[in-house]
Structure formats: C-alpha cells, structure tokens
Design a protein around this ligand. Structure first.
Ligand code: NAD
Ligand SMILES: O=C(O)C1=N[C@H](C(=O)O)CCC1
Length: 250
C-alpha cells in the first residue's frame, strides 16, 4: 500500500484526492492537513507521497518544507515560475533522502494533457496561435497554470521550427489582447457554471485549427493524480519533473 498524505485536504481538489486515495486499492490515506495544521506531522515513516493542492501563494513554502522533511511530493497547485522551480531543484539537491522526488502537474486531466501535447505538435505549422482558458469564477489565479504551460510549449515549438513572432497589428490595447506568455497571447474567462476548459486556436491564411479540452467535473483529475502518486512512489523519478506527459507514452 502507498501511504498518501494530502495537504489542502479541505479544498475543492484536496477533498476529491482524499476520496480517490481512500477508494483506490493500492493507496491508503495517512494524514489529511489543511491551513493551520502542522506540516511537520508528515514524516517518511507515516507517508510515502504527499499530494499538495493549496493556493499559489503558499505552495512553494509547503513544498520546500516537505522536501526538507524527507518525503516525495506530487503538486497540483498552480503559480509556478522558473524562479520557484529553481528553488525546488535546490531544495532537492540538499534533500535528506537520496533520490527524492517532486512532481508538478499544471493539469492532471488526460484531455488537457493531450490538448497541450497536440498544441506542441501543431504549433510549427501555423502562423498564428492564441490560447483561451475558461474557468469557474472562484479560481484565484489567471491565467491558468495549464494555459501558461501550453503557451510556453507553443512558443518553444515555434522557436525550434524557426518561426518568427505571431502577426498582430494592434496599436492600442487596454488589456483586451490578454497576457503575453513567451510571445503567445493568453486570454482568461471566468464564468459561473464552468469548471476547467482550454481552447488553443491556430491560424493560417484561409484555415484554422481549434484544439479544445473540457474538464466538466474535478473527478477528471483523479486518475492523473493517482498515476503520479504511483509513479513517484516507485522511486524512479528522482529530482523535479513537470508535466503528466512524462508518465504517458505520447
Ligand atoms: N493540476 C491540476 O490538475 C489542477 C486541477 C484543479 C485545480 N488545480 C489547482 O489547485 C489549486 C487548488 O485549487 P482548489 O480549487 O482545490 O482550491 P481551494 O481554494 O478549493 O483549496 C485550497 C485549499 O488549500 C488550503 N490551504 C490554504 N493555505 C494552506 C496552507 N498553508 N497549508 C495547507 N492548506 C492550505 C485551503 O484552506 C483550501 O482548503 C489551485 O492552484 C488550482 O489552480 C490544479
Ligand atoms: O480549477 C482550477 O483552479 C484549475 N486549475 C488548474 C490551472 O490553473 O491550470 C488546472 C485546471 C483547473
């Protein structure tokens, strides 16, 4: 049995993770902690893998503390920048246990992971590319971590293919053109009734490709979370890994 502790256990995602860990045949719930609880209760003796779903403002601090405590961590919280990832890498280099892992996924839903992958495949073939993410209005960060990651992937694929900047004649912009991530415009919609959705638009003269992923229910993230817990618990992914695509045969 894989012993799993959940941090952010009372949240929308954390509570689903608690249920998923309770229901799976090969995992058991160790500790379920939330804001105000003492993270030092989590130890390598009681926990194999911690699943962290909190808020972007506290996640880095939690991850650094958990690495120091000698446990592997699977992170679903968003808000990761290269600077923050470097801090995680440095913490892992000084970790108390050899081969310790931190795994971070911008999105655990297979639909979103595939959309992200397909976007990278399509990117070199189109002059224009933009990302639209659409979420529930209780989400605290924008743009979504997924959209940020998708835009970065498109930009990398364009650069590798030798493509220049996307065409755009905009001279005045009060914010309508969205956030620019590595040269790719990302737009965020917040709408009651939505859960988590992303559309990637590609255009050439006379043609368009749209790639869309829809998570209608948070249950869609759970197979990916359990896959990450199982992979990390094998001890074969030392260091920092970002993206569920690393665990899929894409
Ligand atoms: N990777 C994915 O597939 C995926 C999917 C959905 C959401 N998310 C991300 O997960 C994060 C959480 O989303 P949510 O909808 O569950 O949010 P939420 O607000 O419902 O839950 C966050 C929980 O974290 C707790 N918390 C806050 N500070 C804490 C601390 N210092 N220590 C422990 N717990 C603390 C809160 O009390 C709350 O229960 C967000 O960043 C969101 O974007 C990622
Ligand atoms: O509901 C959220 O919040 C989500 N956050 C992640 C993101 O920002 O990409 C994943 C999708 C759901």
């Amino acid at each position: 049995m894989i012993k799993v502790s959940v941090v952010g256990a009372k949240g929308r995602m954390g509570s689903h993770v608690v249920d998923a860990v309770d229901s799976a045949a090969d995992t058991e719930l160790a500790l379920a902690l939330d804001a105000g609880d003492d993270l030092t209760a989590i130890t390598p003796e009681n926990t194999d893998v911690v699943v962290e779903f909190t808020v972007p403002s506290v996640s880095l601090g939690n991850v650094l503390a958990l690495v120091k405590q000698g446990v592997d961590v699977v992170v679903g919280t968003t808000g990761w920048t290269e600077e923050k990832l470097d801090q995680v890498r440095a913490a892992l280099a000084a970790a108390p246990r050899e081969g310790q892992s931190v795994f971070i996924a911008p999105n655990f839903a297979i639909s979103a992971v595939l959309a992200d992958h397909f976007a990278k495949v399509a990117a070199p073939y189109f002059e224009s590319a933009e990302v639209i993410e659409l979420h529930h209005p209780t989400k605290v960060d924008a743009p979504s971590g997924t959209a940020f990651h998708t835009a970065q992937g498109i930009a990398e694929a364009r650069k590798a293919a030798g493509l220049g900047p996307v065409p755009d004649a905009t001279e005045t912009d009060g914010g309508s053109r969205g956030q620019v991530v590595d040269g790719i415009h990302v737009h965020a919609v917040r709408l009651r009734g939505l859960n988590a959705h992303e559309e990637v638009l590609f255009g050439n003269s006379g043609e368009q490709l749209t790639i869309r992923a829809d998570s209608f229910d948070r249950i869609s993230f759970m197979p990916g979370v359990l896959l990450a817990v199982r992979k990390v618990s094998t001890g074969t992914y030392p260091g920092l890994t970002v993206g569920l695509d690393h665990f899929l045969d894409l």
